[in-house]
Design a protein. Structure first.
Length: 112
């Protein structure tokens, strides 16, 4: 399974990754601290999660927590997340398709 096959859903400090085709839960995770609104940002190999004053880095395929930053002194509330040069799933899929097409073209050229 890869990130393009998943839908990430956040509810009151809980995250679930659902299979996009079936809606079945693939994994779930609960923030050990914080509560309330969950902000999510998927970027390449990280799922960034912010929960009322706490920010976490998760593995988007397994849901394993990779790190936590308690953002001491920043306060609480709804969090906005952004990355410079981030990749949305749309651009990741476009790059993957281009690479597949180039590989197929190279294989065809090598076989000629």
């Amino acid at each position: 399974m890869n990130a393009e096959q998943l839908l990430y859903v956040g509810f009151n400090k809980r995250i679930a990754a659902l299979d996009r085709q079936t809606g079945e839960i693939v994994w779930q995770w609960m923030a050990p601290d914080g509560s309330g609104f969950v902000s999510l940002l998927l970027d390449r190999d990280r799922l960034f999660v912010a929960v009322n004053g706490y920010t976490y880095g998760l593995d988007p395929i397994t849901g394993a927590q990779l790190w936590v930053n308690r953002m001491k002194g920043f306060g609480y509330g709804t969090t906005s997340l952004a990355v410079c040069g981030g990749h949305t799933s749309h651009s990741i899929l476009g790059a993957a398709k281009a690479a597949q097409q180039q590989a197929a073209t190279s294989a065809t050229a090598a076989g000629s």
